[in-house]
Design a protein around this ligand. Structure first.
Ligand SMILES: O=c1ccn([C@H]2C[C@H](O)[C@@H](COP(=O)(O)OP(=O)(O)OP(=O)(O)O)O2)c(=O)[nH]1
Length: 144
């Protein structure tokens, strides 16, 4: 599937690192490194703008390595890029470690998965059909 993309940043376009990768890493497009104190958050710009086809979204997800090694994650994970959004793709990072962490220009800060999605029309009713699961939730299955 072709997706139109504009790159106003200085880094190469995101790409699939292996033949079956689901996500493409996104690079920070920064004028200068950004340091996050513990629990500090910041919006990292990518320089990328894209035009998804209707029925598709892009999900912005954390990178496991960055989370494990440095405690950096995506605060609103998974971030949602709507098909009608034409602004710059941003990555909202938070530092969940107890040390300062510096994000460098060009660093891979998150990954992006393009996914199909549905839109529903509500059919409002007064009651729902019974199911043998009932109303149980929040850890109610598998009880001895
Ligand atoms: O991680 C993200 C999440 C969102 N966006 C952009 C694309 C998305 O289409 C738009 C709006 O995002 P969202 O719907 O999550 O934000 P909102 O807080 O509900 O704002 P809005 O009123 O703009 O919908 O912001 C990003 O660039 N990165």
């Amino acid at each position: 599937m072709n997706v139109k993309i504009v790159n106003k940043g200085k880094h190469k376009l995101p790409h699939y690192a292996t033949e079956q990768s689901a996500g493409m890493d996104l690079r920070a497009n920064l004028g200068a490194p950004v340091t996050l104190k513990p629990l500090e958050r910041t919006l990292i710009k990518t320089g990328l703008f894209m035009e998804l086809q209707a029925g598709y979204e892009a999900q912005i997800r954390p990178r496991s390595g960055l989370a494990f090694k440095q405690g950096i994650t995506v605060l609103n994970a998974p971030g949602t890029i709507d098909a009608d959004y034409r602004g710059e793709i941003g990555v909202l990072l938070v530092n969940l470690s107890n040390e300062d962490v510096t994000i460098e220009d060009g660093e891979r800060v998150a990954q992006m998965v393009i996914a199909k999605h549905e839109q529903v029309e509500w059919k409002e009713v007064n009651s729902l059909e019974d199911s043998n699961r009932g109303e149980g939730g929040f850890g109610s299955t598998g009880k001895k």
